[in-house]
Design a protein around this ligand. Structure first.
Ligand code: SF4
Length: 280
């Protein structure tokens, strides 16, 4: 990317929640503990590989944790039933659920019930959304966009619900969220909306849009499995080419022309070292 001028987003890279989770694992390893994580601790293959080399094992369910291992819950959080299983098995557990995600768990637990439907803006297959659903006392409905929201609202209206609450995955697309809340307000008379997109995500998306508007092209660095990285690409794409790469090796020189200005940002799970390599 030497021929181009690079503008790096100030909000690029590790957010507070991911940083805390990775540091918790590193601290446990430094103390000489055997560590398991419930799913990969971060959507970044390089960091996961570094931790695996230090002995960290990735498990899918608490049942797989070997005796003597400390289990770390990642920043995405888990369903209430998983906490129950961990307790039942008497496992030592370190909870790295991001406080912003834990707040959503408290909101849905306190405000849902048999007659109150929970609408969740997010990806139905994402672990954070599965965790949020697992703290709802009644039925929850997940939608990724306005079209899916309209379908879910029809189902809710044909059901026996007295009220609705609406929350979002912390990394949901901010502009889509605003449009979805407008639609929901028109359809539900008894609706409570909780804006649960985290500040780190909202700020990163806004800065990415601003950069994309000012630059010829955008490069977004992050894991392909990372929801917030994919959203960064989506919010930049309307303004010009937006390339998603996992590291500097994936950059193709013919993407850029001399004299172009290229905006560079990165998802919440991209370490600073990987971002620094990209402009070279
Ligand atoms: Fe927490 Fe936000 Fe980072 Fe998710 S993106 S881990 S909610 S700070």
């Amino acid at each position: 990317m030497k021929a181009a001028n690079i503008r790096l987003a100030k909000t690029a890279g590790f957010c507070f929640g991911v940083n805390k989770a990775v540091n918790m694992v590193r601290d446990l390893l430094d103390e000489g503990r055997q560590v398991c994580t419930l799913g990969p601790i971060i959507h970044n293959p390089q960091v996961v590989e570094e931790l695996t080399e230090r002995g960290v094992r990735i498990v899918e369910v608490p049942e797989e944790v070997p005796a003597g291992c400390v289990l770390v819950i990642r920043s995405h959080g888990v369903a209430k039933s998983v906490y129950g299983e961990i307790e039942e098995r008497g496992l030592r557990c370190v909870d790295a659920t991001c406080p912003f995600v834990a707040k959503i768990h408290r909101i849905v637990a306190a405000n849902s019930g048999e007659k109150t439907a929970v609408l969740i803006a997010g990806d139905p297959g994402h672990p954070e959304v599965l965790g949020i659903r697992g703290h709802c006392a009644g039925t929850s409905f997940v939608f990724r966009n306005r079209e899916e929201l309209a379908q879910q609202l029809k189902i809710i209206q044909s059901g026996d619900f007295a009220s609705c609450i609406m929350v979002s995955q912390t990394t949901f697309h901010t502009l889509e969220w605003e449009k979805c809340t407008e639609i929901a307000k028109k359809s539900c008379t008894n609706l409570q909306i909780f804006d649960t997109i985290c500040n780190a995500t909202a700020n990163r998306q806004q800065e990415a849009i601003h950069l994309a508007q000012q630059c010829h092209k955008m490069v977004i660095v992050g894991g392909r499995e990372s929801s917030n990285t994919a959203k960064l690409r989506d919010v930049c794409a309307p303004y010009g080419p937006a390339y998603l790469v996992e590291d500097a090796l994936e950059i193709q020189r013919d993407w850029f022309c001399a004299g172009e200005t290229v905006g560079l940002t990165a998802g919440a799970s991209t370490p600073a070292e990987i971002i620094k390599e990209v402009p070279h």
